[in-house]
Write a protein that binds this ligand. Sequence first.
Ligand code: ATP
Length: 238
Amino acid sequence: MTAMLEVKDIHCAYDHVPVIHGISLHVNEGEVVAILGANGAGKSTMMRTIAGLMHPTAGSISFDGSDITKMPASRSIKQGLSYVPEGRRLFAKLTVRENLELGAFSSGGGGDCVAERLEEMYELFPILKSRSNQTAETMSGGEQQMCAIARGLMSRPKLIMLDELSLGLQPSLVERVFETVVEIRKRGVTILLVEQMVQEALEIADRGYVLQTGRVVHEGSSQELLDSDEVRKAYMGM
Ligand code: ATP
């Protein structure tokens, strides 16, 4: 089976300082795959590189049959690859609805389909419907995270990349956000997520990769990683 996303031996650097030293990973259609690891392991750099916000210094990335190694984010989103960055990055002064509409326009979608997509998002996140005319900055952290995910889904992606959804959220909201990921998967969207909450992420993922200083140090099914003494000691405090 050909993977939907295939990352082959990529290297990345900031100002010629290498931070990713040859990472390979793949995501099959319909899977939820987690990228795990401590601060500074290179998780966000991986995501930004796949999204096309930066380009690898070596290696290749293919998505849905196309080589996207050097493709800018503005084009890969039109191919069906959406990225929800760490820290949400909503437009604070725009309303929830306006933020969501921008998610549709960035993929080249406009006009009639926007209203239809908005309705889909309001069905998935009812709280956003009641907050639709409220500016993003006036919402709670959990609501903002829902809005950021919904904006990422407005382009109707085949694969969505979710970076540190749990960051800064209280435990009850973390659970709610992870339930949402399960719901998105049921709707047929393939998911690559980055998390520091290793146990919670593996409970909803099929497989995972653990990064450490720019390399994959463990990979396997979620159950294998949950059962691994090394992973439990290093990343779950057990
Ligand atoms: P975190 O959860 O803290 O975001 P991470 O696993 O996502 O961690 P990255 O943000 O990808 O890690 O960082 C990997 C390495 O790259 C780190 O050493 C970091 O200091 C460095 N780095 C990240 N962003 C930049 C940047 N814009 N300029 C220079 N170095 C960077």
